[in-house]
Design a protein. Structure first.
Length: 91
């Protein structure tokens, strides 16, 4: 069974969409799928970079209505666990 979550980051500016994505990924096991929706144009750069650096796979990016982008991210096995700790500033 694949776990799938959705993160709505519309209206948030860099770095908040990636930080929201990171928070959700930390809560999920390896193999989970997260769909991030963002309207910040920088997300098109930030999300792929975050995935490469964090051991995740960005499997798709598509344009939605009104300038939104949807990113489909597969949580990688080598990503840090929630024990790595988020600070309140990460949320």
């Amino acid at each position: 069974m694949t776990i799938e979550r959705r993160v709505d980051a519309r209206g948030l500016l860099c770095p908040l969409p990636v930080l929201r994505l990171r928070k959700v990924l930390l809560e999920l096991p390896a193999g989970a799928i997260v769909r991030l929706i963002a309207t910040d144009p920088m997300a098109a750069v930030d999300v792929p970079h975050f995935c490469r650096q964090g051991g995740h796979a960005m499997v798709a990016m598509r344009e939605l209505d009104e300038g939104a982008l949807e990113f489909t991210v597969h949580r990688g096995p080598s990503a840090p666990s929630a024990a790595g700790g988020l600070t309140p500033e990460d949320i």
